[in-house]
Design a protein around this ligand. Structure first.
Ligand code: ADP
Ligand code: MG
Length: 720
């Protein structure tokens, strides 16, 4: 599926002839260059037209000599006054062209090692040059500028903006430009328009042929923007429509077991918790209950900041599943007296083994004496034990299965799986999730994440999910007091930590994991020693990192949880989900090495109980501003941090289309094109509401392009 993956969704499956023309047949390209262009994936005219520039260079020739600045891109138009060719003292060929600028003054253009260039300039020719000038001996000089030769009557502003294309090794910018230019001339107008006339008009979008021309040979900066806008809009509109088509299909074709939570069951579940639910938890549970009662699979994302109480939501949903018994098929005898009615099963998947174990322990505690049977499925278990667990899952003897995602997803065969809860979804791509659901019997799905995704972006990528927001934490929670600790304050900080520990608090020291040459985790071992022989000498320290065996990890966690240890020195393995309410003080060493989302997750470990959490981010000199650390210290609002994080580094993996192997968005940038994201979403909703099958003949082409582009990912079926 290579072509769809590269395409911004402007194609049809079957190309019209001019688009399928091999590049080597175009004038000026030839076999040798075509072979090189193939390294960039450019084989046909269509490929070349879709090879969009990554940037543009001003080639207007509008600069005057007195507006030049050293090193700043400029472009001048003028007439060749002199061409000189000589050899430098070290034996290199040097071509010097003197240009009399139209706007007055003169500049020199120089080329080293390209003697043949001298022949291309004749005195009196008009040219435009573009590049970065420098001052040499009182005059201005452009080394290796780009040149455009103007015909006798061609004006300097014939093509003001020069496209800069992505390249591959051994492929020259000029070759790509030439090939694309030839492709534009050959076939830009042969490209079938996918957007209906009415949409183009209403949205003032450039028609496809014009948009392609302006992308590659733009006449002005506003036209570049207009061309780009057309493609970005189209791409986002198609994604939104695809997600809606996917969802509609799911609704039509998928059925799930309706799980109806009556008043009694609701009360029984709540009675299991040592606390009343917060109003936010109540609201989200109601939303989930409404979904579960339907015969179509729930598809819901719960977003709640670190510590907002998502586990309780997961447990509520799972107990709802397990608590509604399976109806015997029509005609079968009802359950005989004394025989236990068959229960539905639920699975809870966690990203790490530590978290899976913690969840299992929480469930065991909450469900003690209830008759609900919890099974744990993680990698560190002995094979025989795992076999037994798998058998219990298959026979329906295990009601709730907790495990790491890989295990639960890979090897478990359930008897009556009615609900899947995926904790800490942020590590997984949404599109990947869609792929996994496709083609399988459908349980209800609940996805939980603490990584807040700005709403517009959530809509762009989670368009097919319902979103619940846990916007309020348990009562009495105070924001974690966060400090940046520079080298000068470190001693005072440890003094402070010691006082807290002496007063009975527990704490974490988080160290970035850095492996030494043998692959051992060096940084944490030495940090542990330094702490144990230095500032934290008087306390009981434990050591936790990813290289420990599962058993050792679990033992250390248990010692810390139960209070046999005062301090856990750890890598970021504790980042996700770990919940020890008595631990209230955290020190993050080398804090600059962590990402913002990660820092926030880490800090969440000490925002658990009713006690004030405190976090010190130990960094280099505090005088040097550090945008990430400064943002981290400035706010504990996960949503605000996420927005800042997006602004600092873009959505990256968070959005997850990249790592999931699904086709990425091609041109659209979810951060910078946020307003188009919102617009495309609104329009897609409108369009879909009016015509859910996109059956209008005016939409025929658009529908086919969408299926071509997103069908393989979202299981939308083949082009009809
Ligand atoms: P997260 O949303 O990060 O997964 P958890 O579910 O681990 O958060 O909950 C954080 C802490 O808050 C836990 O110790 C949990 O027992 C506690 N908690 C959750 N809900 C409530 C509530 N309604 N009242 C009091 N404490 C709660
Ligand atoms: Mg959690």
């Amino acid at each position: 599926m290579d072509p769809p993956a590269r395409s911004p969704g402007v194609i049809e499956g079957r190309d019209t002839a001019p688009l399928a023309t091999p590049l080597e047949r175009l004038p000026g390209v030839g076999t040798a260059r075509a072979e090189r262009l193939a390294r960039l994936g450019l084989v046909t005219v269509r490929d070349a037209l879709l090879h969009f520039p990554r940037d543009y260079r001003d080639f207007s020739g509008a600069h005057a000599v007195d507006s030049l600045r050293p090193g700043e891109h400029a472009s001048l138009a003028g007439e060749v006054l002199d061409v000189a060719s000589r050899t430098t003292a070290v034996g290199r060929a040097l071509v010097v062209v003197t240009i009399g600028c139209t706007a007055g003054g003169r500049v020199r253009a120089v080329w080293f090692g390209m003697p043949f260039l001298a022949r291309r300039f004749t005195v009196g020719t008009r040219i435009v040059i573009a590049g970065q000038p420098r001052e040499v001996g009182g005059g201005w000089e452009f080394a290796h500028p780009e040149v455009r030769w103007l015909g006798a009557d061609e004006v300097a502003d014939g093509c003001d903006w020069l496209p800069v294309y992505p390249l591959a090794e051994g492929v020259l910018q000029s070759h790509v430009r030439l090939a694309v230019e030839a492709a534009v001339r050959h076939a830009a107008d042969a490209w079938p328009e996918a957007l209906p006339e009415a949409v183009l008009r209403e949205k003032s979008l450039l028609p496809i042929g014009e948009a392609l021309r302006q992308m590659h040979r733009p006449a002005s900066a506003p036209l570049i923007a207009a061309a780009r806008r057309r493609f970005v809009y189209q791409e986002l509109l198609m994604l939104q429509l695809a997600l809606r088509m996917h969802r509609r299909r799911q609704r039509e074709e998928r059925s799930a077991t309706p799980l109806v939570i009556d008043h009694r069951l609701d009360g029984r579940i709540r009675a299991r918790f040592p606390f009343p639910f917060t109003p936010a938890q109540d609201r989200v549970c109601r939303e989930i209950a409404a979904d579960l009662a339907r015969a179509e699979p729930m598809n819901r994302l719960v977003q709640g900041d670190v510590g907002s109480g998502k586990t309780a939501i997961a447990v509520y949903a799972m107990l709802a599943a397990v608590g509604t018994t399976v109806q015997p098929p029509q005609g079968d005898a009802a359950t005989r007296p004394g025989e236990r009615p068959e229960r539905h099963q639920a699975a809870l998947m966690a990203p790490t083994e530590l978290l899976a174990r913690q969840h299992a322990a929480t469930l065991e505690r909450l469900l003690a004496g209830s008759g609900v049977r919890v099974a744990l499925l993680v990698g560190g278990q002995a094979a025989s034990r795992r076999e037994r667990t798998l058998a219990r899952i298959a026979s329906g003897e295990a009601d709730i299965v907790v495990g790491t995602q890989a295990l639960v997803r890979g090897s478990a065969r359930f008897r009556r799986l009615a609900l899947v809860v995926i904790d800490e979804q942020h590590r997984f791509g949404v599109l990947q999730r869609a792929i996994l659901q496709h083609g399988q019997a459908d349980p209800h799905t609940l996805v939980m994440t603490a990584t807040p995704i700005p709403r517009t972006i959530a809509h762009a990528v989670y368009g097919d999910l319902d979103v619940s927001v846990l916007d309020e934490g348990p009562p009495g929670r105070q924001p974690v007091a966060t400090y940046r600790v520079g080298p000068a304050e470190v001693d005072r900080w440890w003094g402070f930590v010691r006082r807290k520990l002496s007063a009975g608090r527990r704490g974490y020291v988080v160290v970035p994991a850095v492996e030494d040459t043998r692959g051992a985790v060096a940084s944490i071992a030495s940090a542990y020693e330094e702490l144990a022989n230095g500032p934290l000498e008087a306390f009981r320290l434990g050591l936790l990192h990813g290289r420990l065996s599962a058993k050792a990890k679990a033992a250390v966690m248990e010692d810390f949880r139960s209070g046999r240890l005062d301090v856990l020195v750890s890598t970021s393995v504790i980042e996700v989900g770990i919940d020890v309410p008595e631990a209230t003080i955290m020190t993050i060493l080398d804090a600059e090495r962590f990402g913002l989302a990660q820092l926030h997750q880490l800090r969440g470990r000490v925002a658990r109980g009713g006690l004030q959490g405190i976090c010190g981010a130990v960094t280099g000199g505090v005088d040097e501003p550090h945008p990430r650390i400064d943002a981290f210290v400035a706010t504990t609002d996960g949503f605000e941090l996420a927005e800042r994080d997006f602004a600092l580094r873009g959505p990256g993996d968070l959005v997850g289309t990249r790592q999931s192997g699904a086709p990425p968005l091609y041109l659209a940038d979810l951060v910078h094109d946020m307003d188009v994201v919102a617009e495309a979403r609104r329009d897609a909703i409108d369009m879909f509401d009016r015509d859910p099958g996109l059956a209008d003949p005016a939409l025929e082409r658009l529908r086919r392009v969408i299926i071509d582009r997103w069908g393989p990912t979202l299981g939308l079926g083949r082009v009809g």
